[in-house]
Ligand binder design. Sequence first.
Ligand SMILES: Cc1cc2nc3c(=O)[nH]c(=O)nc-3n(C[C@H](O)[C@H](O)[C@H](O)COP(=O)(O)OP(=O)(O)OC[C@H]3O[C@@H](n4cnc5c(N)ncnc54)[C@H](O)[C@@H]3O)c2cc1C
Length: 387
Amino acid sequence: MPYNFTTKADYQQYFSKAHDMVRRSIKEFVDKEIRPHVDEWEEQGEFPRELYQKAAGVGILGIGYPEEYGGTPGDIFFKIAATEELIRSGSGGLAAGLSSLDIALPPIVNHGSKDQKRRFVEPVLSGDRIAALAVTEPGGGSDVASLKTAAIREVDHYIVNGNKTFITSGCRADQITCAVRTGRPGVHGISLLVIDATAPGYSVSEKLKKTGWWASDTAEIYFDDCRVPVANRIGKENEGFYLIMENFQTERLALAVMANMTAQLAFEEALAYARQREAFGKPLVGFQVIRHKLVDMATLVDVSREYTYRVAARMDNGLDQVKEVSMAKNFACNTSDRVTYDAVQILGGYGYMRGNVVERLYRDNRILSIGGGTTEIMKEVIAKLIC
Ligand SMILES: Cc1cc2nc3c(=O)[nH]c(=O)nc-3n(C[C@H](O)[C@H](O)[C@H](O)COP(=O)(O)OP(=O)(O)OC[C@H]3O[C@@H](n4cnc5c(N)ncnc54)[C@H](O)[C@@H]3O)c2cc1C
């Protein structure tokens, strides 16, 4: 029997029967459409484009988005259930690639015009177009206020020049929600543009080779006098920084959820292995040092997940959780760092072998404390609010 982390009563604080139904249908989708192919897609470095449409067909892509643009509104725990089940496929890259819309679309949904939502949200939720978010540049990702990609206005177009890098789904994105400099240096000179991949002057690198997240394509994107209609700007000119910071809050929550589920999977694998593997004439769980390692793993995951859920519930109720979501992300990432490391240790040599899910979780985990704001940047955010 797998260790049951959450008692039914606790679970019901956050998840209702409706959430359970959605979770079950996503689990079925993962079991049928993803799990049988995931090893192959990891090796290929991407999953088939059709998966977006299939996921849209069963309602996964639309979770949490307005109905009039093809979504299914619901509280934050529907999205959490979806993220958890996608991570259960055992491929963080698959989950990240299929979910890149969740970092690309919220600024458009929250601050775009009706026309922009129709053009940029609807076709993504139906799985016909792929959306990515492009903030990071080769010169730096943490210091968003110093980004350099320039967008100079010429009548009804911006002429964009510069580069973005490490962009999830960047190789085959049809549109990117892109942070550009339209004004003076610093936070007050940044705008968000939705740039179509067919725009003149837009080009993309080969897939970047990574430590983990192999099933997601990651790209550098180049703009060479790239023409973007002013009608594609989201929100007011030079006020994009605030939209980016707002967007980071849900991205950080999603990364905390991913870290918790990565850790849980690693724990489950380690426990199952420790029960059946024998050394010196008894199962590994017969050794106190292994049992205690498993106990520490279980404790960390349970505590981390409960805190993340609490922060999520508060965010969903409109409370400011900038400090708390940063804490949740750091705690969850520290947890998954420790738990994936220990899971490999418990599996011994098998934990280091390609094709073993624990080996993949260990690699996939490493990005979680870097993406969406590094551990150090999270601490700076927290420090500003408590010191
Ligand atoms: C697989 C992958 C997918 C990604 N997907 C996307 C995406 O879809 N879209 C996107 O825009 N970006 C994406 N990123 C980029 C990611 O968000 C950045 O890598 C991250 O924000 C860190 O930026 P950086 O790599 O430039 O590191 P830097 O900002 O150069 O930081 C380097 C180191 O210095 C530390 N540091 C920086 N400033 C401080 C400070 N003030 N105090 C203390 N320490 C500091 C950092 O914590 C880090 O340890 C992705 C990255 C990866 C690897």
